[in-house]
Design a protein around this ligand. Sequence first.
Ligand code: AMP
Ligand code: MG
Length: 349
Amino acid sequence: MNTKVVMVDINNIDKDRIEEAGKILREGGLVAFPTETVYGLGANALDAEAVKKIFVAKGRPQDNPLIVHVADFDIKPLVKDVPEIAHKLMEKFWPGPLTIILNKSAIVPEITSANLPSVGIRMPSNIIARELIKAAGVPVAAPSANISGRPSPTEAQRCIEDLEGRVDLILGGGSCQVGLESTIVDCTVYPPCVLRPGGITLEMLREIEPSIYVDPAIMLKPEENLKPKAPGMKYRHYAPKAPLKIIEGDLKKTIAKINEIVQNNIDENKKVGILATDESVDKYSNALVISLGSRHNMREIGKNLFEALRSFDDAKVDIILSESFEENEFGAAVMNRLRKSAGFDIIKV
Ligand code: AMP
Ligand code: MG
């Protein structure tokens, strides 16, 4: 397949390019596009044949449902009912990085929801994404625009690397502001349950509904048996090519441990990548060190995480070592992605 690549300036959106992309979606094609979380790979959510192409292009397991992206608050046609709490969350956090799970209506094909009776719905805040959905005139099913299992793309170039030749159009539009996938809240149950941490933190959600809690399965290893309620959370995910180890504990001890492991690997002629922070970046040597940002700004750290993992792929490192972060607020989403990237390979110090 010939993939067209088109760039759009988020501050000066070329309407013709958006119209062209919208038409491809409406007619059953695949378009990768920027959102504030990560780049998405979109298809008409109501067209089973179109949605099937997403699974093929990504190599995504068929039992992993897709999130349906909308540009309109009137989601009634997609769902059986909208509970009061879902209304409140939409009002407060849409458009934005929050996906709400509701009981689906019959117009949502089984393939979109992977045979679940529910569907995840989100209204992105990225203006290119919303203009595209409007131009398509249909709700847009869109998982992250990467080959399944790889770190999600937060730059257009990463979608091109993964999807060129597999999709009709890649719409580039700068870097993603949040950089991690949306928070998912299941509103088919009460109290509502967070199935995946993201840009809208538990603390923010609890200001609206204090009873909201986090699915305990999501921080555990897949083999620890508690089945996560979001099917996608059980897969190895976000993985760079080299094995990634997380060193968890006091920062001074972490730095010492990382330096020790670097030395062992150098002795074996291995190339090491280190995920560090502004506070620690000058404490390492003999390795490719990337600072994710300051520990005082977890938003910056989350925004840079996936791109850093992909840079280590480019540099062909043999092993990646990462510091760890506190799990409150946005740190919960960062540590969730980091642990999955590492396949839960964690050294406690
Ligand atoms: P991605 O779009 O690649 O970030 O993946 C979407 C995530 O949403 C996966 O973890 C899915 O399992 C989850 N998800 C989507 N729809 C549902 C649903 N109806 N119920 C539970 N989880 C869902
Ligand atoms: Mg994904």
